[in-house]
Design a protein around this ligand. Structure first.
Ligand code: SAM
Length: 181
């Protein structure tokens, strides 16, 4: 299975409507193997602080950044060799495209909030549906990250990627095994 380098771009963050959803886009991205998240739309300091606090406590190098010009950023990352994978219910079924996406190695996964501009559909290397029904950016993102990494991000050993954690968990059949430091 190819090693994937994944970044996530969340388009069109709206306050207060998207506060929780964009936070969960970032937390899901971090927990399931993305190196960082970029968001456009309204700048949201409390979003950046809350995700930063979790990254500080639970380890790893995950960063969230605001991008005022998302289209230009997508174009720049394409020039840098990133494969742009836009998640949309209108796209091609993920199972038909995931092998081709994995081959690219460096992937920018794009999810929307408000209506996604037509330009994004044109710029995307892959417009991919996680089922052809309307549901949620969180579910679409989680399933995509899992499929691209072959489930590696769910395995016990994956947790060692979160270096420098002040808090981590030991899997337990029952109860909670919290490891401090
Ligand atoms: N327009 C509504 C709003 O403003 O909240 C709905 C936004 S929709 C749930 C947000 C994002 O979820 C979409 O841009 C897309 O990235 C993702 N999404 C929803 N259903 C999907 C599907 N079946 N496949 C892939 N992505 C999906």
């Amino acid at each position: 299975m190819e090693i994937m380098w994944i970044m996530v771009l969340r388009l069109g963050h709206r306050l207060p409507r998207d506060e929780r959803m964009t936070t969960h886009v970032c937390l899901t991205s971090r927990a399931f193997g993305a190196s960082g998240a970029i968001y456009s739309g309204q700048k949201d300091g409390s979003l950046e602080e809350s995700v930063g606090r979790i990254a500080d406590n639970w380890g790893g190098e995950f960063q969230v950044e605001h991008e005022a010009k998302p289209i230009a950023r997508i174009e720049k990352m394409k020039r840098e060799g990133w494969a742009v994978v836009h998640l949309t219910m209108y796209g091609m079924p993920l199972p038909e495209k995931e092998a081709g996406i994995r081959k690219r190695g460096k992937v920018l996964v794009v999810v929307g909030a408000e209506k996604v501009p037509a330009e994004v559909y044109q710029l995307a290397d892959f417009n991919v549906a996680v089922g052809s029904q309307p549901h949620s950016e969180i579910a679409a993102l989680a399933i995509t990250l899992d499929r691209l990494q072959g489930g590696r991000e769910l395995e016990r050993g994956f947790q060692s990627n979160f270096k420098g954690a002040a808090i981590s968990l030991e899997p337990a059949e029952r109860g909670k095994r919290i490891v401090k430091g």
